[in-house]
Design a protein around this ligand. Structure first.
Ligand SMILES: Nc1nc2c(ncn2[C@@H]2O[C@H](COP(=O)(O)OP(=O)(O)OP(=O)(O)O)[C@@H](O)[C@H]2O)c(=O)[nH]1
Ligand SMILES: [Mg+2]
Length: 423
């Protein structure tokens, strides 16, 4: 797996990113995004569904039955949470069992190769697109009516109106009014999607910082904490020294959840009591990471606060305080977006861009949704790097984003280099 890149490549990437960021800042200055209304963050969050709903209920139970009474007993003083606390261990055990179960569930897929898993993860999206194309293009000319139908299909597959129009126009070039098969349309669509995605396929690690500090942000339930856990596990496997910080001090259960990952990975988790100052915790975590020679520090944050103003204040304070400790940090501010919300991801991105300088995206839950096209529309509109995608709950279901693979899998094509890989 490729998370880390050669120094030369890193330098080239860093220069390119710097140039692009300067360009984006200049553009943003000319064309400021309309500030969304001051709605509570909860209002823009799609209700959790299926497994997530169950997880939320289970988490609430843990919180009610175990963590809340425990929290009342715990002194208000700041402290690193001791692993031996019995109630937390019970909660940790439950969460660990869930992680084990999800890993077991995805284990057979691990052997099938990443492209096959990506293709199967994206199958709801790709079936929608490719069945739609077959329906439109059976012994048919690429005339205006066919193009209109194609554009509509892409919109319903969450590619968004602007991106769908651009893709349709690009496909029409040189092919207008010619006989065309569904297969040819899929290939053309895939190649146009790849053109949009290639510029956002960028490495996460652009500088040789130690510790490399990653701040994970996003609305509640998008997968921030589990993404930190999965990344932490993968980085550790690659020999990096990882440290985690439980910056979601809003809920005690969030701290317990990250601690489970810490135990599993075998890395330290810097945590304080529920309600503690998240910025102070981040400061302390950098201190510890520096003192202990950690390679990577990942800081979790709360997705849900009382309202947007609170969230904005908290996130910008965390960044400000981190910079006081280390002017170059955070080296990455990653927004985790849940693909199942479809086009709502755009408003989440706009909201978080207002609060902090998002350096890249991680798009999760691409499995179990037909809305995988949203990643393409996000790339086309915001041009922010997409560092990783999630196609399941297992640790290896989170991988670096590869534009060519995604562009083929989303329309149901096999891998370019190994045509039999996905058979
Ligand atoms: N199917 C699927 N589930 C995922 C994926 N990524 C995360 N999840 C699940 O989404 C649920 C929520 O994930 P969390 O990591 O707790 O989300 P969060 O953003 O930390 O949520 P808050 O702490 O409430 O802000 C968990 O049950 C995860 O296992 C994915 O790629 N696919
Ligand atoms: Mg969380």
């Amino acid at each position: 797996m490729i998370w880390f890149f050669s120094k030369k490549k890193k330098e080239e990437q860093a220069e390119a990113i710097e140039a692009e960021q300067a360009e984006q800042i200049a553009e943003a200055a000319q064309d400021p995004i309309d500030a969304p209304e001051d709605t509570p963050v909860e209002d823009i969050v799609t209700e959790p569904d299926g497994i997530l709903a169950e997880a939320v209920v289970a988490e609430q139970k843990i919180e009610e039955l175990i963590l809340q009474p425990l929290a009342e007993e715990v002194a208000a003083e700041e402290e690193i949470i001791a692993p031996e606390e019995a109630a937390e261990e019970a909660a940790a055990l439950k969460a660990a069992e869930k992680i084990e179960a999800t890993q077991a569930a995805t284990a057979p897929e691990n052997k099938a190769g990443w492209f096959a898993r990506l293709k199967s993860g994206l199958s709801l999206s790709s079936h929608k697109i490719s069945d739609g194309i077959t329906g439109i293009f059976t012994k048919r000319k690429l005339d205006q009516a066919a193009l209109d139908e194609l554009e509509e299909l892409l919109i319903t597959a969450d590619l968004g109106p602007t991106t769908s129009a651009k893709l349709t126009a690009a496909i029409a070039q040189n092919r207008f009014n010619k006989e065309i098969t569904g297969e040819e349309i899929r290939a053309a669509l895939s190649s146009e999607i790849q053109k949009i995605l290639t510029p956002v396929e960028k490495p996460l690690f652009t500088v040789d910082a130690k510790p490399f500090v990653i701040l994970m942000v996003g609305v509640n339930g998008t997968g921030k904490t589990t993404t930190i856990g999965k990344l932490g596990q993968q980085f550790t496997r690659e020999g990096r020294k990882v440290m985690l910080a439980a910056g979601d001090t809003f809920r005690a259960a969030a701290v317990a959840q990250l601690k489970v990952w810490g135990t599993r990975i075998g890395c330290p988790v810097i945590a304080k009591d529920e309600g503690a100052d998240a910025a102070a915790l981040a400061y302390e975590a950098i201190d510890r990471a520096e003192a202990e020679g950690a390679d990577i520090l990942m800081i979790d944050t709360a997705g849900r606060l009382q309202n947007k103003a609170n969230l904005m204040e908290e996130l910008s304070k965390i960044v400000r305080v981190i910079r006081k400790k280390n002017a170059a940090a955070p080296h990455a501010i990653l927004l985790v977006l849940d693909a199942t919300v479809g086009q709502n991801a755009h408003s989440q991105l706009e909201l978080f861009k207002e609060m902090v300088d998002i350096t890249g995206l991680i798009v999760t839950k691409l499995d179990g949704t037909a809305k995988g096209g949203v990643l393409v529309s996000l790339a086309e509109r915001f041009q922010l790097p997409v560092h990783a995608i999630g196609i399941g709950e297992g640790i290896d279901d989170l991988r670096p984003f590869a534009a060519a693979d995604y562009a083929r899998a989303i329309v149901g094509l096999d891998a370019a280099s190994a045509p039999d890989a996905a058979a």
